[in-house]
Design a protein around this ligand. Sequence first.
Ligand code: FAD
Length: 561
Amino acid sequence: MTTKLLLTFAICRLIVTVGLTVDPSELLLLGVDGQLSVDPFEVETASLDFGLLTRVEPMAVLHPGSADDIARLVRAAYISSHGFTVSARGHGHSINGQAQTSNGVVIEMSGGSRVSRLGLRKLDKPQVSVKEKHVEVWGGELWIDVLRSTLEHGLAPKSWTDYLYLSVGGTLSNGGISGQAFNHGPQISNVYELDVVTGKGEILTCSEEKNSDLFHAVLGGLGQFGIITRARIALEPAPQRVRWIRVLYSNFSTFTRDQEHLISLHGNPTSRKFDYVEGFVIVDEGLINNWRSSFFSPRNPVKISSIAGNGGVLYCLEITKNYDESTAGTIDQSRSLSFFPPRLEPVNHNVPSQSVQEVEALMKGLNFIPSSVFTTDLPYIDFLDRVHKAELKLRAKGLWEVPHPWLNLFVPKSRMADLDRGVFKGILGNNKTSGPILIYPMNKSKFSCQAIFFMGPPWDQRSSAVTPDEDVFYLVALLRSALDNGEETQSLEYLTNQNHKILRFCDDAGIKVKQYLPHYTTQEEWMDHFGDKWDQFYRRKMEFDPRHLLATGQRIFNPSF
Ligand code: FAD
């Protein structure tokens, strides 16, 4: 079917369903290079997301051929007398319908392969500047493809998410965090420049220097101010390999003290530090079968009950050291890492002696359970892409496309012990966890006691992202899957109730958490979420998307038509 015909169908559907008074010929004259579709399969796809908790059908789906297509569509929505909504959809990996919209058009930003196969997409693959150490990417590009492109030049972005099948525009609209955030800040702090289609349909380039209010608004802006069509992302020389270590703790305060110590080493460029610091909570024996636990050797199963302390909860610190094989003076790690106990996974790689010494020195200062060190060694890309391997396994078992009532909280450091008592050892009890519970700290500013060099704040307060009031705060991510297997504690209803209990507990205990990837349904809740930032958020919305057309799935503003 020709593009023109499909477009006509789409417009007719829009007119019939929402009574649009947009002149069809006007939309036909948009002359998009891409494809506007009402194909039921495409509409169905755009009506769902990873959470599988909500389903909202758009009127049509646009596969843009260029940023101009997006601008034309948004402009048509902006100027039409009745208007319609427009939501960018990255890879649809939100939990609560954030990329969905009912009375409008979803723009599929990441449908790259399909569109380019049709020869419709005029968008280039990521373009690397080796000299300037940055890469220019389409807003819908997936991070895995960004990585593959930059690795061809021996470079890689600095800050990551744990999972790479997410779009650049999607993670930049939230924050983009992983174990590198303590060192480099979130992904939103590693962007030099953006092209953005505002809610008025203008394409604006923005950066620290140019249209800086828009730049900061869009970063962490939940898609409210514009659609990111291009991003210029900072790069660094890519390490070749990663030494990946996990150690266990039974004492929460020892665990968090060690995590906080490790992230405090970030500020001084000359100090030794790990390249990645994360961790997770183990509240039951189910960890062994958990989707991120393949790391623990089946030959050496961990008997949680034999080492778990008071409350039966264990904490796992996860750290990595990057290295290059080419570094001079490599030595056999089996001798040099002799402090690792027998559970060391067999690793045949030679690790440069400097890295070994650094790892040894850093590990000596930690207070984990001595018999609980698990180590592996792998190429950098395999480490970054680790969750995808788990995805493939879960897909094979039919356990990926299930509801995901995820809850992500930023918790101030000073209240972590209360959270441990009330949530990990309290509300979660010994129930099967149904998914990983991540826990790792980050710092808002780069000042630390050792830091003499100020290198810019990891969490720029001018961005729209919201963090707790304290300088150090933790991500606590309950990444659980609901299963329909007859076990009450794994049902969607049970897990959703537990999430509510956790939020209520924090509220009652006065723990001032901030939701990451937030989900609220009333404007009062959003105002509370943004706190001091609400006035600025509201002002920016009025300026850049005055008709409230964009990203209505976030449920912050109602469209003004
Ligand atoms: P979508 O879900 O499609 O969109 C999210 C929001 O951004 C919507 O409001 C949408 O309208 C808007 N949006 C999308 N594209 C654009 C654009 N180009 N311009 C403007 N607005 C846009 N997050 C982390 O920070 N760290 C992690 O380690 C991490 N791991 C994850 C692992 C899995 C398995 C999953 C499912 C999610 C994970 N996330 C993580 C969360 C993820 O970053 C967010 O869900 C993000 O929104 C997903 O990106 P997406 O491309 O699928 O966006």
